[in-house]
Structure formats: structure tokens, C-alpha cells
Design a protein around this ligand. Structure first.
Ligand code: PMP
Length: 401
């Protein structure tokens, strides 16, 4: 039997996809399933995006595109960044990829030698660990528990930075918690980061336009401009514009880093599809009414979800201010049994299995995000499913003994 490369023993398929697939299979069997599992925004971009693709098709040149991305798209992204307060970037700082996941993969490849350390808070987005393991990096997790609103403190960051990671990775707003670090909190962390010049900083801020309660997005470099030489900002069309399947992501980085990712692109994807690039220009520069309206809808869905969670005794859930996830600590259910069958709930995976089997509600176990006392609820399903789905969760809790 021929061997696969050793790195494949470290590569795992996405845990979130596994839950989503199980829910899909049950649905296909005719079961009444409400899925709170996968993080898809569940809306389509505005008609101008489709019109731009039709136009691009008419002008197809039959050539390969730029490894970095076409100028029109780079300029559109630079403008988009200016609107959220990130100014002073040129085309040489920008690079595109097949979604933020691919951009992050490239960045890990570009910045981390085997054995180098990458530090990031836990709970984390699952792929951070998976990609770090594929590239052979060591992972230093900084715990951000529910009791501390799922946010790391400057003191914790100081301790992690003193261990000299090659990369510090930050995600704001957060998947899976939906928590947002406000300007004061970002500044306090930036004041720590500026003292450690040997660490690259990746800010995966793809939910930067999905903010509630009037909170504004800020990045470390707005508070400590000296960090610009080391901060790499990652963004994507997937969530903001309802375009996850189109696959377009961005990084804004110091020139050497952006160029390294361009080189990686030149050796695998060559370029993001020109049709997708045209869609990206239209999404970024066209009317913003769809993403703005969807953001307000997510805000009121957040309210509904929090109202139900707050009514369940023993569940602890910091109130998110962005993205479209909540991450309740459901560990009060551990050690209990559910319903007439007496199904034992020892941990988050048991909890999610019992919830799916008895109530037809799919959530992702927190262990997928390094936080096994919690579950993730992605609340982007159509509004008519949301209240019943949450009611089923509440009724599940009421049947524990
Ligand atoms: N970062 C975070 C925090 C995410 O939640 C996701 C998608 N779930 C990504 C990156 C990847 O997004 P994309 O679809 O652009 O690859």
C-alpha cells in the first residue's frame, strides 16, 4: 500500500460540515429538521452582482487573469477598506484568493515554518487549527471562557506574546461566539502587540460589516499605526454579501507578505475566476442595501435567540454583537439524561446528537471550536424556522433530568 504524505495524517475534514451533512441526510429521509449548524448567510446578493457577471461573460478574453487580482477589484477593495477606517493601502498591499479560507491557508504557508508557533484565542474558528496542523505549526491557545465574555484580556495576550509566537491570529467579530471587541478593547490589545515586534498579526475580520447595537469596527492599526508593518487584514465576500459559494477573499498586508501570497497563487489557483472578480467589484462598489438590511435582520434574530437562551435556567450565553452566531455554555446539561429514553448527556457531542435525534435541531458541538462546554447556534435560517427551532431547544432542556 503506497503512503500518503505525512501531513495528511494531520489533516481532518471540517467538523462543521459533518454535522451539516448529518442534518441533510435526516432531512432527505423526510425528518423535520431545523439546521442551526453551518455558517451560511442564507441570502443572495443584489441583482447588480448578477448583471455584472453577465456583462463580464460578454467580454471574456479567453486569457488567464492576474495572480493578485484585477486592478478594478483591488481598487474596489481598497475603497471598501477605507469605508471601515483602514486607509493608506495600495494595490501592492492587496491580494485575492478563493475565499478567506484559501487566503488564510496561503498566509499560514507564507509565514509559518514547520515547528513555528501560532497563537490564537479559544474558542476559535475550526479551520485555524486544521490549517496550522497541515502546515506543521505549533498552536498556542489563549483561553477566552464564557465567564470573560469569550474575550482575551491584555494580560493574557502579554503572557502569550512573551512566549514569542511567530504569528498571533485574531478574529473580530468572532466565529463561533459572535462577540465583538470594542474600540477600547482593541486598543488595549494593540498596546500590548506593539511591544513585540517579532510577531506577525493576522486579523481575520470577515464579519466586519455585521455589527449590531451601533458598535463600530476597529483594527489594531487604527490605534497603533506602527503595527501596519506587521498586521495582515483578511476579508471576504462570503458573509457580508451572501456569496459564500462564489469564493472570493482578500488580504491587505505589508508588500512582502502580499507578494508571497501572489507567488503561492501563481503556483496553484493562478487566479480567481474572472466572472467572480467582476461580481466582487459589483458587490463592493454597488448599492449596499442588501447587506445593510440583512445585518439589521440578523440583529433582530440575535434578540430572539438571546431571549430564549436567557429564559433557560443554567445556560450562560454572553450577548453577541456581530456575525450570526451565539455560543451558549450548555454544560449545565452534562451528567443529566434526556426524555423517556433516558439518553445520557455526558458532553457537547452527546448533547448535539440527542438534540438532533429527539427535536430535529442541528447545532455544532463546541469541541469543534476548542470549547466543549458550549454549542454553536448559527441563526441564519429563515425567520419562520427560528422561533420553533429555539422553542425546541428550550423544550429539550425542560426534558432533562
Ligand atoms: N474566517 C472565519 C472567522 C469564518 O467564519 C469563515 C467562514 N466560516 C472564514 C474565515 C472563511 O470564509 P470564506 O468563505 O471566505 O472562505
Amino acid at each position: 500500500m503506497l503512503d500518503l504524505a505525512q501531513r495528511m495524517s494531520r489533516a481532518k475534514p471540517s467538523a462543521i460540515m459533518a454535522v451539516a451533512n448529518k442534518a441533510k441526510a435526516l432531512k432527505a429521509q423526510g425528518k423535520d429538521i431545523i439546521s442551526f449548524s453551518i455558517g451560511v448567510p442564507n441570502f443572495l446578493p443584489g441583482p447588480h452582482v448578477y448583471a455584472a457577471v453577465e456583462e463580464a461573460l460578454k467580454h471574456d478574453t479567453g486569457q488567464y487573469g492576474s495572480n493578485r487580482g484585477p486592478d478594478a477589484l483591488l481598487d474596489a477593495f481598497i475603497k471598501h477598506m477605507e469605508q471601515i477606517g483602514l486607509t493608506g493601502y495600495g494595490r501592492e498591499n492587496i491580494v485575492t484568493g478563493d475565499g478567506a479560507k484559501h487566503v488564510l491557508y496561503n498566509l499560514f504557508e507564507a509565514l509559518l515554518n514547520e515547528g513555528d508557533t501560532i497563537a490564537f484565542p479559544v474558542p476559535y474558528w475550526t479551520s485555524y487549527v486544521d490549517i496550522a496542523e497541515i502546515v506543521g505549526a505549533e498552536i498556542d491557545l489563549i483561553p477566552a471562557l464564557a465567564e470573560q465574555n469569550y474575550k482575551i484580556t491584555p494580560q493574557q495576550l502579554e503572557e502569550a506574546m512573551a512566549r514569542k509566537p511567530k504569528v498571533f491570529l485574531f478574529n473580530n467579530p468572532s466565529n463561533p461566539t459572535g462577540m465583538v471587541y470594542g474600540p477600547d478593547e482593541v486598543k488595549a490589545l494593540a498596546d500590548v502587540l506593539v511591544k513585540y515586534p517579532d510577531t506577525w498579526i493576522i486579523t481575520d475580520d470577515i464579519y466586519n460589516r455585521m455589527l449590531f447595537d451601533g458598535v463600530e469596527y476597529t483594527n489594531f492599526i487604527m490605534h497603533q499605526p506602527a503595527l501596519r508593518d506587521r498586521v495582515i487584514f483578511v476579508d471576504s465576500l462570503s458573509k457580508t454579501y451572501g456569496m459564500p459559494g462564489w469564493r472570493l477573499g482578500f488580504a491587505a498586508a505589508p508588500t512582502a507578505v502580499a507578494n508571497a501570497v501572489v507567488t503561492l497563487n501563481s503556483n496553484h489557483i493562478t487566479n480567481v475566476s474572472e466572472m467572480v472578480n467582476a461580481a466582487g467589484v459589483a458587490a463592493l462598489t454597488g448599492p449596499q442595501d442588501v447587506p445593510e438590511q440583512k445585518c439589521r435582520e440578523f440583529e433582530s434574530k440575535r434578540d430572539l435567540v438571546m431571549d430564549v437562551l436567557n429564559s433557560i435556567e443554567g445556560v450562560v450565553c454572553p450577548r453577541p454583537q456581530g456575525a450570526f452566531y451565539v455560543f451558549p455554555d450548555i454544560s449545565c446539561a452534562f451528567g443529566k439524561t434526556h426524555g423517556p429514553t433516558g439518553q445520557a448527556i455526558a458532553n457537547d457531542v452527546d448533547f448535539c446528537n440527542a438534540l438532533l435525534e429527539s427535536k430535529g435541531v442541528a447545532c455544532v458541538p463546541g469541541s469543534a471550536f476548542g470549547a466543549p462546554r458550549s454549542i454553536r447556534i448559527s441563526y441564519t435560517c429563515p425567520t419562520p424556522q427560528l422561533q420553533p427551532g429555539m422553542d425546541r431547544i428550550a423544550s429539550f432542556f425542560s426534558e432533562l433530568s
